[in-house]
Design a protein around this ligand. Structure first.
Ligand code: NAP
Length: 527
C-alpha cells in the first residue's frame, strides 16, 4: 500500500504544510521515505471542529452500529496485510512475530470493545422510580446513564506502534464510549500511523459514522500535540509514553479555563520481590526467567522488571551469579529509536559509575547501529534509600538488584517507592505469611500484583488493570488496558422526571435496548 504522508482530517486526506517528518529505519538510523507533512494550527482547528460537530451524533449511535464500526476497524487493519507489518518492522526495529502478535492484540481489543458496547453494562443504567405517595415528601423519578465525555486526544507510545497507538486501547475505548478521537501520530512510526489511520478513516465511511469521528495529525514540533490538549473542544486525553511528556500535557490540561483529565501512562520500575523460601528452593530457575523477562523486546516495556529486592546472603549471591550468567549470553537488540538508545546508554553508564552500585553483568556487546546491551546492577538497601536517582526508570534491558538486610527493611523499601504499574512476588507456600504482610503496602503503590511471574505480558481482559498510582499513571483510579479502560471517557448524567418520550433509549421504561439495570439499587438482569 502506497504511503502518502497525508494528514487525515475527517474524510479529507491532505499533505500538511507545517514542516515535515521522516521516519528512521531503526536498524540503520537512515531516514526513510516518504515525508509526512506536519499539521498547521488551521488543520488542528478543522479536526477539532469536525470532532465537535460529530460528537452529539456519534455518541447516540445505536450500540449495534457502534459495535460494527469497531469490528470494521479491526477488519480493515487486518486487510492491510503484510504491508503494515513490514513498515512497522522498519520503523520500530521490532521483530515480525512480536508485531504480528501485537496486531492480533490490537484487533482483539477493538473486538472486545465491540462486545462491551453490545452488552451495554458500561452505560451503568440506574433507575430510582418515582414514589408519589412517599411521606413526608414524594420522591422524584431519577434515571442515570453514562455518556461519552467529548472528543478525545490520543498520543500513542513508541514501544507499541499498534496496540498503544492510532487504533490502540485508548482509541478503541474512547470510540466505544461514544467519543470522537483525534490522534497525534507518534513521530517514530508515522508510516504505521498512516496505514492504520486510513483503516479507521475508511471504517468511518463504510459504517456511515459522522465524518469527524476520527482524525490523524502529524506534528513536526510540539505545537499541534500541545494545541490539541489546550483546545476547548477536546474533553480528555489518553497518553502513553515518558514521564516528561505525560506531565507536560497534564500541566497544560490543568491550566485550561476548563481543565480536562489527561490519562497518562508513564514510567514504572515494577519491583520484583524474592521471598526467602522461593529464593532458596528455586533461585536459579527464577534467575533465568527474570533475565528472559528483562530482555524481552530489548527491555522496552513499561512493565519491565527494573528492580529486584531480596534478603542478602549466599542464596542471593547464587541468584545474582545465575542471573549474571544468563544475562551475559543475551544478544544486544535494536532499540525503537536512536534517541531511546542514546538515553538508555547514558542511563546505564550513569548507573555503572554510581559510587554505590556494582555492575554484576553486561550482555553481549552491541555490534550494530542503535542496539542496546543489557545490564544488571547491584546495590544495597541503604544506598537505594538515599539515592532517588536509583528509583528512576531506565527504559531498556537494565535492572537493579537491591540487597536488603532482612524482610523488614525490604518492606520499608517498598514504602519508599513511587507508584508502580506492577509488582511481582516470588513465593513458595512457606513464604505466604511474609508475603501477606507485604500486600497492604503493595496495594497502596501498585496497579497489578502478581505471583511467581513477571509483569511483562499484559492480558487484555475484563479484570486487567494496567495503571497504578502516580507517577506510573496520572490517575491511579483508571486502567488503559482491558474493558474497564472505557470508564476514563465516560461521565454520569442523571435525568429527573423526564417523560419517557424525552428519555434516551437506554433509560426508557420498557428497556428497548435490553440492558441490565439497577432498579432502586437492585440489579435486574435483562431477559
Ligand atoms: P514520549 O517521548 O513521551 O512520546 C509519546 C508521545 O507524546 C509522542 O507522540 C510525543 O511526540 C508526545 N510528546 C512527548 N512529549 C511531549 C510534549 N512535551 N508536548 C507534546 N507532546 C509530547 O514517549 P515514547 O518515546 O513513546 O516512549 C518511551 C517512554 O514511554 C518510556 O519512558 C516508557 O517507560 C514509557 N512508556 C510507558 C508506558 C505505560 O503504559 N506506562 C507504555 C509505554 C511506554 P513526538 O512523536 O513528537 O515525540
Amino acid at each position: 500500500m502506497q504511503l502518502t504522508g497525508n494528514l487525515l482530517i475527517g474524510q479529507e486526506s491532505v499533505f500538511g504544510s507545517n514542516g515535515a517528518i521522516k521516519a528512521v529505519n531503526a536498524s540503520t538510523g537512515a531516514a526513510i521515505e516518504p515525508a509526512f507533512g506536519g499539521a498547521t494550527l488551521a488543520d488542528l482547528d478543522r479536526a477539532c471542529a469536525l470532532a465537535w460537530a460529530a460528537f452529539d451524533v456519534y455518541r447516540e449511535t445505536a450500540p449495534e452500529a457502534r459495535a460494527k464500526f469497531l469490528e470494521t476497524i479491526a477488519q480493515n487493519i487486518l486487510d492491510i496485510g503484510d504491508d503494515l507489518i513490514e513498515r512497522c518492522m522498519i520503523e520500530s526495529g521490532l521483530p515480525r512475530p512480536r508485531l504480528e502478535g501485537e496486531r492480533g492484540r490490537t484487533v482483539g481489543q477493538l473486538r472486545m470493545f465491540a462486545d462491551v458496547v453490545r452488552n451495554g453494562d458500561f452505560l451503568g443504567v440506574r433507575i430510582d422510580p418515582a414514589q408519589p405517595e412517599r411521606k413526608p415528601l414524594p420522591r422524584v423519578d431519577l434515571r442515570l446513564r453514562h455518556v461519552g465525555v467529548g472528543p478525545v486526544a490520543v498520543f500513542g507510545a513508541s514501544n507499541f506502534p499498534l496496540a498503544f497507538s492510532v487504533a490502540g486501547g485508548d482509541t478503541a475505548s474512547a470510540l466505544a464510549a461514544g467519543c470522537p478521537v483525534i490522534v497525534k501520530a507518534h513521530s517514530a512510526h508515522p508510516g504505521t500511523a498512516e496505514l492504520v489511520g486510513r483503516a479507521v478513516q475508511k471504517a468511518v465511511k463504510d459504517c456511515g459514522m459522522p465524518e469527524g469521528t476520527f482524525s490523524l495529525l502529524f506534528d513536526s514540533g510540539r505545537d499541534v500535540g500541545q494545541g490539541l490538549v489546550k483546545d476547548n473542544r477536546i474533553k480528555a486525553a489518553g497518553f502513553t509514553g515518558s514521564r516528561g511528556g505525560g506531565t507536560a500535557l497534564m500541566k497544560l490540561a490543568a491550566a485550561r479555563a476548563e481543565p480536562i483529565p489527561v490519562y497518562a501512562e508513564m514510567s514504572s520500575i515494577n519491583p520484583v520481590l524474592l521471598f526467602p523460601n522461593a529464593l532458596k528452593n528455586r533461585g536459579e530457575g527464577i534467575a533465568k526467567a527474570f533475565v528472559q523477562s528483562l530482555v524481552l523486546g530489548a527491555g522496552q516495556f513499561c512493565t519491565n522488571p527494573g528492580l529486584l529486592l531480596a534478603v542478602d546472603g549466599p542464596e542471593l549471591d547464587a541468584f545474582i551469579a545465575a542471573a549474571s550468567a544468563a544475562l551475559k549470553e543475551t544478544a544486544a537488540q535494536t532499540m525503537l529509536t536512536p534517541g531511546i538508545c542514546k538515553t538508555y546508554q547514558g542511563a546505564v553508564t550513569r548507573a555503572a559509575e554510581h559510587a554505590d552500585v556494582a555492575t554484576a553483568a553486561r550482555g553481549v556487546e552491541a555490534k550494530g547501529e542503535n542496539q542496546g546491551q543489557s545490564a544488571l546492577f547491584v546495590t544495597t538497601a541503604e544506598a537505594f534509600r538515599k539515592s532517588h536517582e536509583l528509583q528512576e526508570e531506565i527504559f531498556g534491558a537494565s535492572s537493579l538488584v537491591v540487597r536488603c538486610p532482612d524482610l523488614a527493611s525490604m518492606r520499608e523499601l517498598i514504602e519508599s517507592l513511587e507508584g508502580q504499574l506492577t509488582s511481582a512476588l516470588h513465593i513458595d507456600e512457606a513464604d505466604h505469611a511474609d508475603a501477606r504482610s507485604f500486600l497492604p503496602a503493595l496495594e497502596r503503590r501498585t496497579g497489578r500484583i502478581l505471583v511467581n511471574g513477571f509483569g511483562t505480558g499484559v492480558e487484555v481482559g475484563h479484570a486487567m488493570v494496567h495503571g497504578g498510582p502516580y507517577p506510573s499513571t496520572a490517575d491511579g483510579r483508571s486502567t488503559s488496558v482491558g474493558s474497564l479502560a472505557i470508564n476514563r471517557f465516560l461521565r454520569p448524567v442523571s435525568y429527573q422526571d423526564l417523560p419517557d418520550a424525552l428519555l434516551p433509549d437506554a433509560l426508557k421504561t420498557d428497556n428497548p435496548l435490553g440492558l441490565n439495570r439497577r432498579i432502586d439499587g437492585t440489579l435486574q438482569l435483562a431477559k
